[in-house]
Design a protein around this ligand. Structure first.
Ligand SMILES: O=C(O)[C@H](O)[C@H](O)COP(=O)(O)O
Length: 306
C-alpha cells in the first residue's frame, strides 16, 4: 500500500492503550529515546515494564547503542530498576560480533581495529575475535610530525566503527590507513548509522555522523549492522521465534526503529520521547509509516491504574 495512504493511528486514551496491548504478546523495545535518555529513565517506564511483565508480555531490548556489552547492559538495566538478562538484549555490538564470526567466518589470524567503546571490544572477545584500537588510542594527540608513526598493519581484517566519545584524528588516520590498503581488503563495518541520538537536554551526533569523515575520505560505503538493517533483524529472528502478528516494535526514530519493524513485517509503535516527530510521521511524503503513535511508552502505566 502506498505510504501516502497508510495513516498512523494515534493512541491517546486509556481504552486505546488497553486495546493496543491486547493485540500483542512480544514488544521489541528501543532503548535510547524510549526507555531513557542516557541514564535518565523516562516517566512511567518502570511502572509500565512491571505492568506488562505482570500481564505475561515478553519484552526484548533492541538497541543500536554499541557502547556496552550485553553483560554491562544488564548491569545498566538493573541499576535503573529494570530486570533483564543477556538473552533479552540485542545490541548493535552483539550483532556485529555475531556477523563477523558466523557470516563472514572472520579469519582466526586477523584482528579488528575498533573505533568505539568497550561494548564492541567485549562482544568481539566473546566470539573469540581479538581487537585493537578503542581506548588504546584515547587522548593520543597527534602532531604534524606524527604521520610517519602510523604504519600499515597486515593483521587488521576489519575496521569496526561505533559510538566513540573519544574519537580523534589518530583513530581516523589509522582506520583510513588500514581500509585504504587495497591488498589488505579489510571489511569496513559500522555498528549502526544513527545520525543523532537523544540525551536529557537535547540530541547529539550519533555513530552515523561520527563515521562520515571515513566514508568521505575513502569514498566507500560501510556495511551497517544495526536497525533498520538486515543483520540485526536476522540476529533477532535467529534467537526469537515469536509470532510476527503478535509482535510490535517500539521506537522513537522513523529511519531506524520503525523502518526495522517495517522490514521485519511486524507492527510498529512510534513514541514522541526521542528524535522523530508526529509531523514527520504524518507527512504524506514520509515513506516510513508507523502503525501507531503515542506520546510515551510510559503512558501504558495508566492502564494499570484505570
Ligand atoms: O550510536 C548511537 O548513535 C546511539 O547510541 C544510538 O542512536 C542509540 O541507539 P538506540 O538505543 O536508540 O537504538
Amino acid at each position: 500500500m502506498p505510504s501516502s495512504i497508510v495513516v498512523p493511528k494515534k493512541l491517546t486514551t486509556v481504552e486505546q492503550y488497553k486495546a493496543f496491548l491486547d493485540q500483542y504478546d512480544t514488544f521489541l523495545l528501543d532503548c535510547d529515546g524510549v526507555l531513557w535518555h542516557g541514564s535518565h529513565v523516562l516517566e512511567g517506564i518502570l511502572e509500565t515494564v512491571h505492568f506488562l511483565r505482570k500481564n505475561g508480555k515478553k519484552l526484548v531490548f533492541v538497541t543500536n547503542n554499541s557502547t556496552l556489552s550485553r553483560a554491562n547492559y544488564v548491569k545498566k538495566f538493573q541499576k535503573l530498576g529494570i530486570e533483564a538478562t543477556e538473552k533479552d538484549i540485542f545490541s548493535s555490538a552483539f550483532a556485529t560480533a555475531v556477523y563477523l564470526r558466523n557470516i563472514l567466518d572472520f579469519p582466526k589470524d586477523k584482528r579488528v581495529y575498533v573505533i568505539g567503546e568497550s561494548g564492541i571490544v567485549d562482544e568481539l572477545k566473546d566470539v573469540g575475535i581479538e581487537s585493537t584500537g578503542a581506548s588504546d588510542d584515547n587522548g593520543v594527540i597527534m602532531t604534524h610530525a606524527d604521520f610517519g608513526s602510523i604504519e600499515q598493519d597486515p593483521t587488521i581484517g576489519a575496521v569496526v566503527c561505533g559510538f566513540d566519545l573519544n574519537l580523534n584524528y589518530r583513530k581516523l588516520a589509522k582506520a583510513f590507513t588500514y581500509l585504504n590498503n587495497k591488498e589488505q581488503n579489510a571489511h569496513f563495518i559500522l555498528t549502526n548509522d544513527d545520525t543523532t541520538f537523544p540525551a536529557p537536554n537535547g540530541i547529539y551526533p550519533g555513530t552515523g555522523s561520527l563515521a562520515q569523515p571515513l566514508i568521505t575520505a575513502l569514498n566507500r560505503n560501510p556495511l551497517v549492522m544495526g536497525k533498520p538493517n538486515k543483520p540485526m533483524l536476522d540476529c533477532f529472528f535467529a534467537n526469537y521465534h515469536t509470532d510476527p502478528s503478535r509482535t510490535c516494535m517500539v521506537g522513537d526514530r522513523l529511519d531506524t526503529d520503525i523502518d526495522f519493524g517495517v522490514n521485519g513485517n511486524i507492527a510498529t509503535l512510534m513514541v514522541l520521547t526521542g528524535v522523530s516527530t508526529e509531523a514527520e510521521a504524518m507527512d504524506p511524503k514520509q515513506p516510513i509509516k508507523p502503525t501507531y503513535i503515542m506520546q510515551s511508552f510510559g503512558d501504558f502505566a495508566k492502564v494499570e491504574n484505570a
